[in-house]
Design a protein around this ligand. Structure first.
Ligand SMILES: [Mg+2]
Length: 120
């Protein structure tokens, strides 16, 4: 399945349930944040070894997969509701970030440690 097919399936799913009327950008962002919170809940209070272990635990991995899917779903709905070409803007942002974080200056260094680099 490609992205357009997935997006259409999500549109159909919401249309069949008459949920479009609830999908304004404010409520979609709140729903998205709720799903991010559900993902964070899985990791909350885990120590380093527990975080590493979670990736080999099939039950935990399934929970993570489902929350990621919920997050991705809301990102897709928000993007088509705002008439944003998600693939294009993501590619554009990647190109912008390549210029912002050139490999010859930042390779192996977290961006927070680079002075003078600010913004989103
Ligand atoms: Mg969820």
């Amino acid at each position: 399945m490609n992205f357009d097919e997935l997006q259409q399936k999500i549109k159909d799913f919401n249309k069949e349930r008459d949920w479009d009327k609830y999908h304004n950008s404010k409520d979609l962002i709140l729903a998205l944040m709720s799903e991010v919170g559900e993902l964070a809940e899985i990791y909350k209070w885990l120590n380093k070894s527990e975080v590493e272990e979670i990736q080999t635990n099939p039950e935990k991995k399934k929970l993570i997969e489902e929350e990621l899917a919920d997050i991705f779903n809301y990102i897709i709905v928000l993007s088509y509701k705002l008439d944003i070409d998600l693939l294009k803007v993501t590619q554009d942002k990647l190109e912008k970030n390549k210029l912002k974080y050139p490999t010859d200056k930042i390779k192996g260094i977290h961006s927070n440690f680079i002075q003078g680099i600010k913004g989103n």
